[in-house]
Write a protein that binds this ligand. Structure first.
Ligand code: PEP
Ligand code: MG
Length: 752
């Protein structure tokens, strides 16, 4: 069987069925009969999803007729349930051998061996499952799969338009009750407002092409328009000047020119679909692939592709942008989308945007980066949200807890309004402290720095009144890029950071990649223990070209200024000797090429590997400063993976072992007169920051939002007293140091 004729035959027959008189059930019955015939299968069945997620047999050719409307599969049950739940095609030569097989005697299916099931889906939502079965142990070909998938698409269309039975059961969802959707905060904040559905979807109603040539022309014109419109968009001021966003958009634009995508679209239209149906078909398979992806990078890329399809559909429908009438947006818009690309968020009037909810998306996703830059509260991983809202619904995005409240009750609205007011008040208080130096009650000055990694983080330096950037994670530039950023591009990027920092110092951490921070364009071996693998400086020293280019770029970017280079994951003092040699070599190359060098170059080590704590004297002689990467240091001290929720928070950083280690470090840095900072998460939690100051730290680096709370704590702190308390606790080897310090803070009126 070749796909085109079979597909065409099915399409023609389905069209005939739809035009004949008859109720929904009789149409479904005819449909399964036709499909069974064309597919040469003894059985063809349609299962439709009910409100509770179970699947009901709605029509069958071949199974016992009594089973119709009787046989129900629980959510995820059996191969059919699996197909719906995972939105995957199931193709089994011997279905009963599959571990998920669930036998239903009432259907009489025991005589059938092979099974092919495809989801019936519409706009990424699974409505049901279309199944064929054969008596023989048939191996269904790729063509069979293609034909059944295309048929399922047409069935979905008919279901949605109500032409066949089951549409209301499949689509009806409780849209009136208030509910909470749990997701994940991808851009912090709280927003109250009203739902706007991102680009009410273009529904493709015409599926079969009358004139394939004309459809091909429409497709080609639309692709050309898409490419031009993206080019124009990227020329627009706010995108052109948007620093790191630019990389994200460039990648997006590149996909509009992707040959594979274009080929798949063409093939779909060649197969007899209209241009719109072709786009949707390719989009559905992209979506399905996206859901199966474990690799965040590829998931993100496929999301970009799915996004482009939406744009293309809008162009085909003659509606070019979703937000071309911004005045129609409510002033408190909560944007709800299945998926959203970074460029699309910028289509909206940002003054009217309060919050964003997406069904996919992670903290590292491109849209999250843009949302953060725009200061929009955003929750991702909000499964099923699109189906559960109607435009205009009231909603609260709690992107602190990672929840979305749909149609909240007045009590919830009041509670959140209070929370927002409280947060705003706190923010005002913190802002008022912006220019107040962080000095303790007994006169100790503590310098506070921010951690950053993107150009868009830089305004926080001024807003928070921090003393500088204590950790600039340079790998983000590399991770957002599609190719290895070349020397000149790096120079430009680092220069932009330095110029935005003004007079304030920036500590650039050299590339901390490897391990789980994968650059897809670099060949990195798969590792069993990536966190302890070939990462950061280890990779930098083994493959010096990468590190040398970066150092050269940093040297050039900091011409005439002070450059701070910080080296991650140093494990032995001797590694600093090698790094220094590398830096010196680059300095002379840069000078030889006639570029101005920085005024000073300071090279420091991150303390993240416990081994270093046992050669502190040697280390101190080889560094200009040190900074504790407490996130890594704690994970290695306790041998507890920081990314593994089971063990990640099992051990407390406020316990005797790490605190003693840090105290020894303070002592060594004092002895050798080496500046010391701590730039892990510990620094940003007031009670932990208090303990660090008690141990002798006088410099901390944290996320910008933590500066206010930590400074507030410092202003009411007496260092002498907290040091005494801490010494006492450590002498005793107390187990409950956190509790004791919280008690101390409370009794002293210190806000932690
Ligand atoms: C750390 O390990 O504490 C640190 C600051 O580095 P990162 O979180 O980027 O590994
Ligand atoms: Mg680290």
């Amino acid at each position: 069987m070749t796909s085109e004729p079979a597909l065409r035959v099915i399409m023609r027959r389905l069209r005939e069925i739809m035009s004949e008189p008859g109720d929904g059930q009789s149409r479904l019955n005819k449909i399964v009969k036709q499909i069974a015939g064309v597919m040469v299968s003894e059985v063809c069945s349609i299962y439709l999803k009910r409100q509770d997620g179970s699947l009901e047999l709605f029509a069958t050719e071949g199974l016992k007729i009594e089973a119709v409307h009787t046989t129900r599969m629980k959510r995820g049950e059996g191969l059919v349930g699996r197909c719906a739940e995972l939105n995957v095609t199931v193709n089994e030569q011997e279905a009963s051998n599959h571990p998920a097989f669930s036998y239903r005697p009432e259907t009489g299916e025991e005589v059938y061996h092979s099974l092919l099931a495809v989801p019936i889906q519409r706009s990424g939502q699974v409505l049901g499952v279309l199944v064929v079965q054969n008596r023989t142990q048939k191996e269904y070909s790729d063509e069979d799969v293609e034909v059944l998938q295309a048929t399922a698409m047409i069935v979905a269309e008919q279901l949605v338009s109500g032409a066949v039975a089951g549409s209301s059961t499949a689509l009806e969802l409780a849209k009136s009750l208030s509910s909470v959707i749990e997701g994940e905060s991808i851009s912090e904040g709280i927003a109250l407002g009203h739902v706007v559905l991102h680009e009410p979807r273009i529904f493709v109603t015409k599926l079969m092409a009358e004139d394939p040539n004309e459809e091909m022309e429409r497709l080609e014109t639309a692709i050309a328009t898409l490419r031009t419109s993206l080019d124009e968009m990227f020329e627009r001021e706010h995108v052109a000047g948007a620093g790191e966003h630019r990389d994200v958009f460039e990648a997006y634009r590149m996909f509009a020119h992707d040959k594979g995508w274009e080929r798949r679209l063409r093939e779909a239209v060649e197969g007899g679909l209209t241009a719109e149906a072709g786009v949707e078909r390719v989009q559905n398979s992209t979506r399905a692939r996206m859901l199966r992806q474990n690799d965040a990078y590829w998931r993100e890329r496929q999301r970009d592709l799915a996004d482009l399809s939406d744009r293309l559909l809008r162009i085909l429908a003659g509606r070019e942008t979703s937000a071309d009438e911004p005045s129609q947006l409510p002033p408190d818009t909560i944007l709800v989308a299945r998926t959203m690309g970074p460029a699309e968020l910028l289509d909206y009037d940002r003054k009217r945007l309060r919050g964003l909810v997406v069904e996919d998306g992670s903290r590292q996703s491109h849209v999250a980066i843009v949302a953060k830059a725009l200061g929009i509260a955003a929750v991702g991983q909000a499964a099923g949200v699109v189906e559960r809202v109607t435009a205009g619904d009231a909603a609260i995005v709690d992107a602190v807890a990672g929840e979305v409240h749909l149609r909240p009750s007045s009590d919830v609205i009041t509670a959140y309004s209070d929370k927002v007011r409280f947060l705003a008040k706190r923010q005002r208080q913190y802002r008022a402290l912006k220019d107040v130096p962080a000095v303790t009650k007994d006169g100790e000055r503590v310098s506070l720095h921010i951690n950053a990694g993107l150009l868009v983080d830089m305004p926080h330096l001024k807003e928070s009144g921090a003393d500088g950037v204590g950790l600039y994670r340079t790998e983000l530039l590399f991770m957002l890029s599609d190719t290895l950023p070349k020397l000149e591009r790096q120079v430009k990027a680092y220069k932009a950071v330095i110029s935005r920092a003004g007079e304030k110092p920036v500590i650039f951490r050299t590339l901390d990649i490897g391990g789980d921070k994968v650059l897809h364009y670099l060949r990195q071996p798969a590792e069993e223990n990536p966190a302890m693998g070939w990462r950061a400086v280890r990779m930098g020293l083994d493959r010096p070209a990468l590190l040398r280019t970066q150092i050269r770029a940093l040297l050039r970017a900091a011409a005439g200024q002070d450059l701070h280079l910080m080296i991650p994951m140093v494990s032995e003092a001797s590694e600093m000797v090698a790094v220094r040699a590398l830096v010196e070599r680059e300095q002379s190359i840069v000078a030889d090429k006639g570029y101005e060098l920085p005024n000073t170059v300071r090279v420091g080590a991150m303390i993240e590997v416990p081994g270093l704590l046992f050669e502190l004297d040697a280390l101190m002689k080889r560094v200009d400063f040190v900074s504790v990467g407490s996130n890594d240091l704690m994970q290695f001290l306790f041998a507890a993976d920081r990314t593994n929720a089971r063990v990640g928070s099992r051990y407390d950083s406020l316990s005797p072992a790490p605190l003693r280690a840090l105290r020894a470090l303070v002592k060594a840095t004092k002895k050798h007169n080496v500046p010391l900072t701590l730039c892990g998460e510990m620094a940003g939690t007031p009670v932990e920051a208090m303990a660090l100051i008690g141990l002798g730290f006088r410099s901390l680096s944290m996320s910008p939002a933590s500066i206010g709370p930590v400074k507030t704590m410092i202003l009411s702190l007496d260092v002498e007293r907290v040091s005494q308390v801490l010494d006492g606790l450590l002498r005793k080897g107390a187990r409950n140091i956190r509790e004791a310090l919280e008690g101390f803070a409370e009794s002293e009126g210190i806000e932690v």
